[in-house]
Write a protein that binds this ligand. Structure first.
Ligand SMILES: [Ca+2]
Ligand SMILES: [Ca+2]
Ligand SMILES: [Ca+2]
Length: 257
Protein backbone atom coordinates (compact mmCIF):
# COMPACT_ATOMS: atom_id res chain seq x y z
CA UNK A 1 0.00 0.00 0.00
CA UNK A 2 1.34 3.43 -0.82
CA UNK A 3 0.22 6.97 -1.39
CA UNK A 4 -1.06 9.65 0.91
CA UNK A 5 -4.15 9.63 3.01
CA UNK A 6 -5.92 12.70 1.72
CA UNK A 7 -9.21 12.62 3.53
CA UNK A 8 -11.93 10.62 5.14
CA UNK A 9 -15.46 10.88 6.29
CA UNK A 10 -18.10 9.07 8.26
CA UNK A 11 -21.31 7.87 6.69
CA UNK A 12 -24.18 6.59 8.81
CA UNK A 13 -25.28 3.18 7.60
CA UNK A 14 -28.93 2.37 7.04
CA UNK A 15 -30.51 -0.84 8.23
CA UNK A 16 -32.54 -3.43 6.39
CA UNK A 17 -33.16 -6.37 8.68
CA UNK A 18 -29.76 -7.16 10.11
CA UNK A 19 -27.96 -5.82 7.05
CA UNK A 20 -26.49 -2.32 7.17
CA UNK A 21 -25.36 -0.46 4.10
CA UNK A 22 -23.76 2.88 3.34
CA UNK A 23 -22.74 4.69 0.17
CA UNK A 24 -19.24 6.04 -0.36
CA UNK A 25 -19.28 9.03 -2.74
CA UNK A 26 -17.59 8.97 -6.15
CA UNK A 27 -13.84 9.53 -6.33
CA UNK A 28 -11.45 10.18 -9.16
CA UNK A 29 -10.11 7.33 -11.24
CA UNK A 30 -7.22 5.60 -9.51
CA UNK A 31 -8.15 6.68 -5.97
CA UNK A 32 -7.49 3.97 -3.38
CA UNK A 33 -10.41 3.95 -0.94
CA UNK A 34 -10.30 2.15 2.43
CA UNK A 35 -13.32 1.69 4.66
CA UNK A 36 -14.54 -0.12 7.68
CA UNK A 37 -17.72 -0.32 9.75
CA UNK A 38 -17.98 0.69 13.36
CA UNK A 39 -20.97 -0.51 15.32
CA UNK A 40 -21.97 0.89 18.70
CA UNK A 41 -24.51 -0.65 21.05
CA UNK A 42 -27.04 1.09 23.23
CA UNK A 43 -24.64 1.61 26.14
CA UNK A 44 -21.73 2.92 24.12
CA UNK A 45 -19.69 -0.23 23.52
CA UNK A 46 -18.29 -0.21 19.97
CA UNK A 47 -16.43 -2.54 17.65
CA UNK A 48 -14.74 -2.13 14.27
CA UNK A 49 -14.90 -4.38 11.25
CA UNK A 50 -11.81 -5.33 9.30
CA UNK A 51 -10.57 -2.60 6.93
CA UNK A 52 -11.50 -3.19 3.30
CA UNK A 53 -10.28 -1.30 0.25
CA UNK A 54 -10.73 -0.79 -3.44
CA UNK A 55 -9.29 1.33 -6.23
CA UNK A 56 -11.61 3.50 -8.28
CA UNK A 57 -11.74 2.23 -11.84
CA UNK A 58 -12.48 4.08 -15.09
CA UNK A 59 -15.73 2.89 -16.62
CA UNK A 60 -16.14 5.62 -19.21
CA UNK A 61 -15.18 5.18 -22.85
CA UNK A 62 -13.18 7.87 -24.70
CA UNK A 63 -14.99 10.67 -26.50
CA UNK A 64 -14.42 10.97 -30.28
CA UNK A 65 -15.29 14.31 -31.88
CA UNK A 66 -14.37 16.74 -34.65
CA UNK A 67 -13.83 14.10 -37.32
CA UNK A 68 -12.62 15.59 -40.58
CA UNK A 69 -10.79 14.68 -43.77
CA UNK A 70 -7.97 16.46 -45.54
CA UNK A 71 -8.51 17.31 -48.28
CA UNK A 72 -12.15 17.95 -47.45
CA UNK A 73 -13.04 16.70 -50.94
CA UNK A 74 -10.71 13.74 -51.59
CA UNK A 75 -9.20 13.18 -55.04
CA UNK A 76 -8.58 9.75 -56.56
CA UNK A 77 -4.85 10.31 -57.03
CA UNK A 78 -4.18 11.39 -53.43
CA UNK A 79 -4.25 9.84 -49.99
CA UNK A 80 -6.80 11.22 -47.52
CA UNK A 81 -5.90 12.07 -43.94
CA UNK A 82 -8.61 11.59 -41.33
CA UNK A 83 -8.26 13.66 -38.16
CA UNK A 84 -10.27 13.33 -34.96
CA UNK A 85 -10.19 14.66 -31.44
CA UNK A 86 -10.06 11.81 -28.91
CA UNK A 87 -10.19 12.46 -25.18
CA UNK A 88 -10.73 10.40 -22.08
CA UNK A 89 -12.18 11.86 -18.93
CA UNK A 90 -10.69 9.49 -16.37
CA UNK A 91 -7.62 7.78 -17.71
CA UNK A 92 -5.56 7.77 -20.89
CA UNK A 93 -6.01 6.77 -24.52
CA UNK A 94 -4.60 3.35 -25.25
CA UNK A 95 -5.28 3.14 -28.99
CA UNK A 96 -7.12 4.92 -31.78
CA UNK A 97 -7.84 3.01 -34.99
CA UNK A 98 -9.36 4.12 -38.26
CA UNK A 99 -11.47 1.59 -40.16
CA UNK A 100 -12.32 2.28 -43.79
CA UNK A 101 -14.24 0.43 -46.48
CA UNK A 102 -14.04 0.82 -50.24
CA UNK A 103 -16.72 -1.79 -50.98
CA UNK A 104 -19.80 -0.25 -49.44
CA UNK A 105 -19.10 -1.56 -45.97
CA UNK A 106 -18.71 -5.27 -46.84
CA UNK A 107 -15.24 -5.25 -45.33
CA UNK A 108 -13.11 -2.72 -43.50
CA UNK A 109 -9.36 -2.14 -43.39
CA UNK A 110 -7.83 -1.04 -40.07
CA UNK A 111 -5.24 1.75 -39.95
CA UNK A 112 -3.62 2.90 -36.72
CA UNK A 113 -4.12 6.58 -35.98
CA UNK A 114 -1.10 8.37 -34.61
CA UNK A 115 -1.08 11.04 -31.93
CA UNK A 116 -0.77 14.48 -33.51
CA UNK A 117 -0.63 16.80 -30.51
CA UNK A 118 -3.35 18.22 -28.29
CA UNK A 119 -6.25 15.78 -28.43
CA UNK A 120 -5.69 15.14 -32.13
CA UNK A 121 -5.15 11.79 -33.85
CA UNK A 122 -4.47 11.24 -37.56
CA UNK A 123 -4.82 8.25 -39.85
CA UNK A 124 -4.23 7.98 -43.59
CA UNK A 125 -6.44 6.29 -46.17
CA UNK A 126 -4.38 5.53 -49.30
CA UNK A 127 -5.52 6.82 -52.69
CA UNK A 128 -8.77 5.16 -53.77
CA UNK A 129 -10.19 4.68 -57.27
CA UNK A 130 -12.34 7.49 -58.65
CA UNK A 131 -16.08 7.16 -58.05
CA UNK A 132 -15.87 5.07 -54.87
CA UNK A 133 -17.71 6.17 -51.75
CA UNK A 134 -15.37 5.43 -48.87
CA UNK A 135 -16.99 4.66 -45.52
CA UNK A 136 -15.02 5.02 -42.33
CA UNK A 137 -15.30 5.09 -38.57
CA UNK A 138 -12.94 5.44 -35.62
CA UNK A 139 -12.50 3.12 -32.64
CA UNK A 140 -10.83 4.44 -29.48
CA UNK A 141 -9.81 2.41 -26.45
CA UNK A 142 -8.75 3.78 -23.08
CA UNK A 143 -6.27 2.35 -20.57
CA UNK A 144 -9.01 0.23 -18.98
CA UNK A 145 -10.25 -1.17 -22.28
CA UNK A 146 -13.36 0.95 -22.42
CA UNK A 147 -14.21 1.14 -26.12
CA UNK A 148 -15.85 3.92 -28.11
CA UNK A 149 -16.81 3.48 -31.77
CA UNK A 150 -17.76 6.59 -33.72
CA UNK A 151 -20.65 6.64 -36.13
CA UNK A 152 -19.76 5.72 -39.72
CA UNK A 153 -19.18 8.58 -42.14
CA UNK A 154 -18.32 8.59 -45.82
CA UNK A 155 -16.77 10.61 -48.60
CA UNK A 156 -16.90 10.42 -52.38
CA UNK A 157 -13.60 9.98 -54.19
CA UNK A 158 -13.70 12.72 -56.79
CA UNK A 159 -11.64 13.63 -59.85
CA UNK A 160 -10.18 17.13 -59.98
CA UNK A 161 -7.55 16.79 -62.72
CA UNK A 162 -8.01 17.16 -66.44
CA UNK A 163 -7.01 14.52 -69.00
CA UNK A 164 -3.35 14.18 -69.93
CA UNK A 165 -2.63 15.17 -73.53
CA UNK A 166 0.54 14.01 -75.28
CA UNK A 167 1.92 12.94 -78.61
CA UNK A 168 0.60 15.79 -80.76
CA UNK A 169 1.26 15.08 -84.42
CA UNK A 170 -0.26 15.64 -87.81
CA UNK A 171 -0.40 13.98 -91.22
CA UNK A 172 1.48 15.50 -94.15
CA UNK A 173 -0.20 18.91 -94.54
CA UNK A 174 -2.62 19.21 -97.43
CA UNK A 175 -5.93 20.94 -97.99
CA UNK A 176 -7.09 18.35 -95.43
CA UNK A 177 -4.77 17.55 -92.55
CA UNK A 178 -5.33 15.06 -89.72
CA UNK A 179 -4.20 16.04 -86.25
CA UNK A 180 -3.51 13.35 -83.63
CA UNK A 181 -3.13 13.41 -79.86
CA UNK A 182 -3.00 10.81 -77.14
CA UNK A 183 -5.53 11.66 -74.43
CA UNK A 184 -5.82 9.70 -71.17
CA UNK A 185 -7.81 10.30 -67.99
CA UNK A 186 -7.29 7.85 -65.15
CA UNK A 187 -10.23 9.19 -63.15
CA UNK A 188 -13.68 9.83 -64.56
CA UNK A 189 -12.55 9.23 -68.16
CA UNK A 190 -12.37 11.32 -71.32
CA UNK A 191 -15.70 12.86 -72.25
CA UNK A 192 -14.67 15.05 -75.18
CA UNK A 193 -11.65 16.17 -77.18
CA UNK A 194 -12.08 19.29 -79.28
CA UNK A 195 -9.69 20.75 -81.82
CA UNK A 196 -9.86 24.52 -82.34
CA UNK A 197 -7.64 26.29 -84.84
CA UNK A 198 -6.95 29.35 -86.89
CA UNK A 199 -4.56 29.90 -89.75
CA UNK A 200 -2.54 32.84 -91.02
CA UNK A 201 -2.63 33.36 -94.76
CA UNK A 202 -1.72 36.44 -96.78
CA UNK A 203 -1.43 38.34 -93.51
CA UNK A 204 -5.00 37.49 -92.47
CA UNK A 205 -6.00 35.43 -89.44
CA UNK A 206 -8.79 33.04 -90.33
CA UNK A 207 -10.67 31.28 -87.50
CA UNK A 208 -11.65 27.68 -88.20
CA UNK A 209 -14.75 25.81 -87.04
CA UNK A 210 -13.99 23.62 -83.99
CA UNK A 211 -13.62 19.91 -84.74
CA UNK A 212 -14.59 17.11 -82.38
CA UNK A 213 -11.78 14.58 -82.26
CA UNK A 214 -12.65 10.90 -82.11
CA UNK A 215 -11.07 7.65 -80.96
CA UNK A 216 -13.18 5.01 -82.70
CA UNK A 217 -10.66 2.22 -82.02
CA UNK A 218 -10.25 3.09 -78.33
CA UNK A 219 -6.46 3.24 -78.33
CA UNK A 220 -6.44 6.70 -76.65
CA UNK A 221 -5.18 8.28 -79.88
CA UNK A 222 -7.75 10.87 -80.95
CA UNK A 223 -7.86 12.35 -84.40
CA UNK A 224 -9.54 15.28 -86.09
CA UNK A 225 -9.36 16.73 -89.58
CA UNK A 226 -8.71 20.35 -90.52
CA UNK A 227 -9.97 21.09 -94.03
CA UNK A 228 -9.74 23.91 -96.54
CA UNK A 229 -6.26 25.11 -95.71
CA UNK A 230 -4.77 27.21 -98.52
CA UNK A 231 -1.24 26.62 -99.73
CA UNK A 232 1.20 28.70 -97.73
CA UNK A 233 -0.97 28.94 -94.63
CA UNK A 234 0.39 28.39 -91.12
CA UNK A 235 -2.11 26.57 -88.90
CA UNK A 236 -2.16 27.04 -85.13
CA UNK A 237 -4.34 24.60 -83.23
CA UNK A 238 -5.31 23.82 -79.64
CA UNK A 239 -6.63 20.50 -78.40
CA UNK A 240 -8.90 20.74 -75.35
CA UNK A 241 -9.78 17.51 -73.56
CA UNK A 242 -12.48 17.38 -70.90
CA UNK A 243 -13.27 14.55 -68.49
CA UNK A 244 -16.66 13.47 -67.12
CA UNK A 245 -16.19 15.64 -64.01
CA UNK A 246 -15.71 18.73 -66.20
CA UNK A 247 -11.93 19.04 -65.75
CA UNK A 248 -10.09 20.22 -68.85
CA UNK A 249 -6.55 20.39 -70.19
CA UNK A 250 -5.24 21.90 -73.38
CA UNK A 251 -2.20 21.46 -75.61
CA UNK A 252 -1.22 23.42 -78.69
CA UNK A 253 0.71 22.84 -81.90
CA UNK A 254 1.16 24.23 -85.35
CA UNK A 255 2.10 23.23 -88.86
CA UNK A 256 2.57 24.89 -92.24
CA UNK A 257 1.03 23.88 -95.47
CA1 LIG B 1 -12.09 6.29 -19.80
CA1 LIG C 1 -9.77 13.54 -64.65
CA1 LIG D 1 -7.71 6.05 -81.88
Amino acid sequence: MGGNIVGGDTVTATRSGNVYSATIPAFAYGTAVSFHFRATDGVGNSGNSAVMSYTVQDGTAPIISSISTSPSAPHYESATTVTASVTDTHSSISSVTLYYSTNGGSSYTAVGMSYAGGSSYKGVIPAVTYGITVRYYIRAVDALNNVRVSSTTSFFVDDFSGPAISGLSNSVPGSSTRVYATVVDGGSGVESVVLTYYYIWNGDQVLGTPVTMGDSNNDNVYQGTISGIPVGAVVYYTITATDFEGNSNSASGSFSR
